[in-house]
Design a protein around this ligand. Structure first.
Ligand SMILES: [Zn+2]
Length: 113
């Protein structure tokens, strides 16, 4: 379960931001999670409950914003949403497309008190 590691990194980022802003509590954590990320939302929630305990982020609401898997074609510049792992460019049928979003897991913002 690599979610423990990614949740630790996430909490670390949150606590550093909170400390920098002299927060006494974190009420909400807004996260970005790519549809094609291997991170499971439920696992992050599960580990956060455990490792967030006794930190100022304890009890914070986790809000996940899902990002679809998107690719871009270097040939014609078309950006498109990847459906069922079909990476073929809908513009020129090219196949050398690159993923531009959908695999990320990061902290977007936090709300503090
Ligand atoms: Zn193309």
């Amino acid at each position: 379960m690599h979610e423990l590691g990614v949740t630790e990194s996430m909490l670390d980022v949150v606590l550093r931001h909170a400390a920098r802003n002299r927060a006494t509590g974190v009420t909400r954590i807004n996260l970005v999670l790519g549809d094609s990320s291997t991170v499971m939302e439920e696992s992050v929630r599960f580990y956060f409950d455990i490792i967030g305990k006794d930190t100022i982020a304890q009890g914070a609401e986790l809000n996940f914003r899902r990002v679809p898997l998107k690719a871009k074609c270097p040939e014609c510049g078309e950006e498109f949403q990847v459906v069922e792992y079909d990476f073929t460019c809908p513009g020129c049928r090219g196949t050398k497309t690159e993923i531009i979003s959908g695999r990320e897991f990061q902290v977007e913002s936090i709300e503090i008190s």
